[in-house]
Design a protein around this ligand. Sequence first.
Ligand code: FES
Length: 218
Amino acid sequence: MSHACHKHFEQPKEFKFSAENMKHIEQFIAKYPKGKQQSAIMPLLDLAQRQHDNWIPEAAMEEIARILDVPRIRVFEVATFYTMYNLAPRGKHHLQFCTTTPCWLRGSAEVVSACEKHLGIKLGETTEDGMFTITDVECLGACVNAPVVQRNGDEYYEDLTPENVVKVLDDLKAGKTLEHGSKDGRNKSMSAAGTTTLVEQAGKAGIPVATDAAKGKK
Ligand code: FES
């Protein structure tokens, strides 16, 4: 059983930033010239989302417009443009799969299918237990480690396969803390065969060095 992201939820009537976040807001506004406080819309939306269980209610957007003294539409148009802002409740783990061309060429469709099958939901849906929401997004800027998924806007899991994405899901469900980055053992964004330049220095640092065979030499 599942439900779509945008169903069955209520908008709170009011939203106030915490005292701590109000201090952050003062700092954000101070970064911009007088009269250009509109530029702080994005960090304030991010603060609202972090304070409010990973989604931004309409009341928060209205509060941001009030604080920055800008028309509400200025806040709404930013919030509705970027996929990093959630305008409805999400599962505990919001997984945003990149399906843009480089990730697609490296198997993102199969990764998404494995995820949908394992969780019993489709893209845009949340599991009945509220544990996972899965969505697809455009390029996450980590194409060198494609295919990639972003969790709750902060963590990237990379070099995904239909097999290792299922382990990611199971580990998250079990409450484990996952390492960011490659899930196939690759050292960050290094060549999958190991380093191919500065090999002497790499050897001294204990970083794997590509073999001649891996480099395509005879
Ligand atoms: S295309 Fe997927 S991270 Fe760029």
